[in-house]
Design a protein around this ligand. Structure first.
Ligand SMILES: Cc1cc2nc3c(=O)[nH]c(=O)nc-3n(C[C@H](O)[C@H](O)[C@H](O)COP(=O)(O)OP(=O)(O)OC[C@H]3O[C@@H](n4cnc5c(N)ncnc54)[C@H](O)[C@@H]3O)c2cc1C
Ligand code: FES
Length: 311
């Protein structure tokens, strides 16, 4: 595993804003780019006092020595990153690659499903399956046309691409589970479906493939703290076993995952997350009235473990 900080942080070389909430960051990190495998993630600290948050390696370019993260601004840390992480600035810490790489070899026909933000983390797997000789069917789901991103990247590595929007503004009108049904109608020889997105979406995907007995892999996103299997924060129930997503996953058999338990655990710290966001927003309002040289580390930032204490 590659360590936290080289001293000067890791440079942000490019940024693209896909919507008001979702943005990509291309990070200069040759060692991470060399080590990264599809399915793995990093733990990021945007600044010295920042919370440690897990983010999937959405792309890596070994020749250019870069890794790409795609982030959705949902709470204090991801909104703070949305403000601070501009081209020319640095990320304070990046640890990884973490998690078990997704097994990609030996599959003849696979379906790669990404819903909303899940489109980004499924990309390296779709490309990896293609590089390993599989016939790849991509299914991407968005709420509406203007939220679509990376469709061109998927076209380049998928043999078929099924685009789904909730409102029918692009592709087929419906959810990714409707896209899976379409793929199953067209192909009777699918080896595996891999689905990444919100837990409710991954659950729907697993229920769609269950009657057809198609192996279905999902990537779980429980709250993580250390990312090394020691804190217990990322505990998930897989059949009759307890696993830690950071070291045993994050990929698991979707037909065995206890999604109700996952969703309940994800909501456990909702009050603390809300108050962390409120404190941060208040500080931002104060910052706007302060002298321009006021630094981030002067802000009253909550202890990261206050927010995410797992167990
Ligand atoms: C393996 C893995 C890969 C992930 N990849 C991505 C990604 O590529 N892009 C992306 O935008 N998000 C990703 N996430 C989710 C991301 O880590 C959370 O959105 C982020 O930590 C939220 O922090 P916050 O302070 O902005 O929001 P908060 O208000 O603190 O939390 C918002 C919600 O995010 C979840 N969350 C909070 N803290 C954590 C934590 N330490 N670990 C995991 N989930 C948390 C909870 O469900 C919470 O309700 C991934 C999570 C995991 C476990
Ligand atoms: S984050 Fe997995 S055990 Fe701590």
């Amino acid at each position: 595993m590659i360590g936290v900080n080289s001293g000067a942080g890791f440079g942000i070389l490019a940024r693209e804003d896909f919507s008001e909430l979702t943005y990509s960051l291309v990070i200069d990190h040759p060692l991470m780019a060399k080590a990264a495998q599809p399915g793995q993630f990093v733990i990021v600290m945007s600044h010295e006092c920042g919370e440690r948050i897990p983010l999937t390696i959405a792309d890596f370019d070994r020749a250019n020595g870069t890794v790409t993260l795609v982030v959705q601004a949902v709470g204090k840390s991801t909104k703070e990153m949305q403000q601070l992480c501009q081209v020319g600035t640095t990320l304070y810490g990046l640890v990884g690659p973490m998690g078990v790489p997704s097994p990609l070899a030996g599959k003849k026909k696979v379906v790669c499903v990404g819903g909303g933000l899940g489109v980004a983390p499924i990309f390296p797997q779709a490309r990896g399956f293609k590089e390993n000789g599989a016939y790849v069917i991509g299914i991407l789901g968005f709420r509406t046309e203007k939220l679509i991103f990376w469709a061109e990247k998927f076209k380049a590595c998928c043999d078929e691409l099924i685009l789904c929007t909730d409102d029918g503004s692009a592709g087929i009108k419906g959810f990714v589970s409707d896209g899976i049904k379409l793929a199953i109608e067209r192909h009777h020889d699918i080896d595996e479906v891999v689905a990444i997105g919100p837990p409710i979406m991954m659950k729907a995907c697993a229920e769609t493939t269950r009657p057809h007995a198609i192996k279905t892999v999902v990537s779980l996103n429980p709250i993580m703290v250390d990312g090394t299997g020691m804190c217990g924060g990322c505990r998930v129930k897989i059949g009759d076993q307890v696993k830690f997503a950071c070291v045993d996953g994050p990929d698991f058999d979707g037909h065995k995952v206890d999604f109700s338990d996952l969703m309940m655990r994800l909501r456990r710290h909702a009050e603390e997350e809300k108050s962390a966001l409120e404190r941060w927003s208040k500080n931002c309002r104060i910052m706007k009235q302060s002298p321009p040289d006021l630094q981030v580390d002067e802000m009253e930032l909550p202890d990261p473990f206050d927010e995410t204490g797992g167990g």
